[in-house]
Design a protein around this ligand. Structure first.
Ligand code: MN
Length: 198
């Protein structure tokens, strides 16, 4: 695992995003049922508004860009494009990426907490096989979730983020968590109306 692609895309003289480092593999240090790793969801008002869904694995944040954001409705299968690994320290990043830089726009930490795998296979194996079942213990997102890789022929590494059926699932007709809980979990900031960008 490496942060090479992450670093190549960014100019750290211009952006306040962390340069970061690969930390000691906490998933290996925490064996068995006590294994709890960090997750983060950032709301990012880049050229297109999206949510970045990040799971701690092997010392980095394995990341997916979710254009429509997570849904608590198991019927909503949300596209999640697997993107480059980010440093663990990225999870706490909030701020404005300057115009002209990669991902220019506002970022807030929309949710964070712990996650744990719900299957016997390691998350790394799940990543390889295109199927990860996990539990989230966030401030907003809770319960069982799945990430499943789509079998597509195009070059995008497209997955689906799906809420599994449990007590935390709710119909999107009844409750839209993105609308009801828009604030940052660390600063209470919100991303205001979409900017028109060309
Ligand atoms: Mn992003």
């Amino acid at each position: 695992m490496t942060l090479k692609v992450y670093r190549q895309k960014r100019n750290f003289n211009k952006t306040s995003e962390p340069k970061g480092k690969v930390v000691k593999d906490r998933s290996k240090a925490k064996k068995g049922k006590g294994k709890e790793l960090s997750f983060f969801v950032q709301k990012h008002d880049a050229s297109r508004l999206h949510y970045d869904f990040r799971l701690e694995m092997h010392g980095v944040l394995v990341s997916w860009a979710v254009p429509k954001g997570p849904s608590l409705d198991p019927a909503d299968k949300r596209l999640a494009v697997h993107v480059e690994d980010h440093p663990l320290s990225y999870g706490g990043f909030e701020g404005s990426i300057p115009e002209g830089e990669y991902g220019a726009g506002e970022v807030i930490v929309w949710d964070h907490g712990k996650w744990k795998p719900l299957e016997d296979i390691s998350p790394e194996k799940g990543l390889e096989e295109g199927r990860i079942k996990f539990e989230l213990q966030g401030k907003k997102l809770k319960g069982a979730w799945s990430l499943v890789r789509m079998k597509t022929s195009d070059s995008q590494d497209a997955w689906l983020l799906i809420k599994d059926r449990d007590d935390f699932a709710i119909s999107s007709k009844k409750y839209d968590i993105l609308e009801k809980m828009p604030k940052s979990v660390i600063s209470s900031k919100v991303i205001k109306s979409r900017k028109a960008k060309s």
